[in-house]
Design a protein around this ligand. Structure first.
Ligand code: HEC
Ligand code: HEC
Length: 391
């Protein structure tokens, strides 16, 4: 309270006016006082619609998701370069596919396909992973794993980016050719020099720029977040507590979620360890064996990463193979169709070791879906700084 009033007082006399929540860096002045030189602006404007000063990408987490005194620092020149790379189809083998072909704003940076189409109409093996819930912070709805992809085979975001570029059913291009194409485009020289002054073009820096853009994506303004903020929830918030901002149905859905789902999909903010992978009994026998595909361990058969449910209303179809096209179908599955796979997770079993079908009533199903809707953060999806700069 006291700190707040001091800050307010400082603000009102203009001392820290330039230090807003999202804007931490001052523009390095050019000789003309603008961020880019006139020549640079001319080059950028031939192809791109970028702001005259880069958007800020640094952000602060709300208190219920972590320590909000520490901003997550993202270099805006790197993120701006990453944004352009992300949307550039000319960097794919047949100049037709960009990262954004599959990771689309309208679908929380996923798409509406079961599996997606990359270069030369080749299909991906799995459903596109949504990125809007992709963050560098560990606590948001079970995005605490430090592994990536449906099966967790990538151990760093850098690995993911390199694979996405070279994967034959995604951009399908060698890193060498990717860098070669970048060299051919003058606007990359401008953006690269801002991000990596006096450094030669290299793979590590390009991946670093893309990682900066991806790491800046955060989805922290859903109605559920706001409801937690309003009760000043902390990360150890008791998830069964009723939230005044939510409707009766949403609160009822939250309670069902706490009871049946949150022990896997960490809707909250509990600090205890949650395993990153599970078999949730989709099939008795899996065509795609998930984690097993790269470990070859029997206990990994049918295990997949437990996905975050942020923005879940936008990421249909669901599951690694996109088998369910609505949330109703997902809930029906947990209600009556869980299969007794030999690796079925304990959390989907009764104490006697039987499959635990939830047998939810129609109104319980409705409440659960109403609650899942509160995990939607439209503001993060429509921000200009994440949009296509080639417009
Ligand atoms: C043709 C469609 C397609 C394209 C193009 C594509 N992706 Fe993906 N992306 C996917 C699919 C499918 C997955 C899930 C793959 C898996 O789990 O095996 C995925 C997963 C990811 C993930 C993992 C998210 C997580 O939390 O585990 C990231 C990050 C990502 N992509 C970034 C990118 C970037 C960056 C590019 C461009 C260089 C790109 N993607 C291009 C389809 C695509
Ligand atoms: C044992 C842990 C576990 C429990 C309990 C659990 N889930 Fe899941 N859930 C998973 C796993 C693992 C996946 C991914 C499975 C796959 O694709 O093969 C998943 C996938 C999903 C998806 C699809 C996500 C996407 O992006 O495609 C939704 C939605 C979902 N679960 C909702 C729920 C709800 C609602 C409950 C409670 C009724 C619940 N889950 C309970 C482990 C669990």
């Amino acid at each position: 309270m006291q700190l707040k009033s001091i800050i307010l007082a400082l603000l009102s006399i203009g001392i820290i006016l330039s230090c807003s929540k999202e804007q931490m860096e001052d523009p390095p002045p050019t000789s003309t006082g603008s961020y880019y030189t006139a020549e640079e602006i001319a080059i950028l404007q031939t192809s791109l619609n970028l702001p005259s000063t880069p958007y800020p990408y640094t952000y602060i987490l709300p208190s219920h998701l972590g320590n909000n005194s520490q901003p997550i620092e993202i270099n805006r020149d790197k993120a701006t370069l990453g944004r352009v790379l992300f949307y550039d189809p000319t960097l794919s083998e047949n100049i037709s596919v960009s990262c954004a072909s599959c990771h689309q704003t309208d679908f929380a940076f996923g798409d509406e396909q079961k599996t997606s189409v990359g270069v030369f109409n080749r299909r991906t093996k799995r459903n596109t992973y949504s990125l809007a819930n992709y963050t560098v912070f560990p606590s948001a709805y079970n995005s605490n794993s430090t592994t990536y992809f449906w099966d967790g085979r990538a151990k760093s975001i850098e690995e993911v980016i390199e694979e996405s570029i070279t994967n034959p059913s995604q951009l399908g291009i060698t890193i060498e050719d990717y860098l070669g194409r970048i060299l051919q485009r003058p606007y990359y020289e401008v953006l690269y020099q801002k991000a990596f002054p006096d450094e030669d073009l290299n793979k590590e820096n390009i991946i670093d720029a893309m990682a900066s853009f991806l790491s800046s994506m955060h989805s922290i303004n859903s109605p559920f977040d706001e409801a937690l903020e309003d009760i000043q929830a902390m990360p150890d918030y008791d998830f069964t507590q009723s939230l005044p901002d939510l409707s009766i149905s949403e609160n009822a859905g939250k309670n069902l979620f706490a009871l049946h789902c949150a022990n896997c999909h960490r809707a909250s903010l509990f600090n205890e360890e949650v395993t990153a992978y599970a078999n949730n009994g989709l099939d008795l026998e899996y065509e795609d064996q998930g984690v097993y595909e790269y470990t070859n361990e029997v206990q990994d058969q049918g295990l997949f990463r437990i996905p975050s449910l942020r923005n879940i209303v936008y990421t249909a179809p669901y599951m690694h193979d996109g088998r369910f096209n609505t949330l109703e179908k997902v809930i029906n599955f947990y209600s009556t169709d869980v299969q007794n796979h030999f690796n079925l997770d304990q959390r989907l079993k009764t104490p006697e070791g039987q499959v635990k079908q939830l047998h939810l009533t129609a109104s319980e199903k409705e409440d659960l879906i109403t609650f899942l809707n509160t995990l939607t953060d439209d503001s993060s999806l429509t921000e200009k700084r994440y949009s296509n700069p080639f417009n």
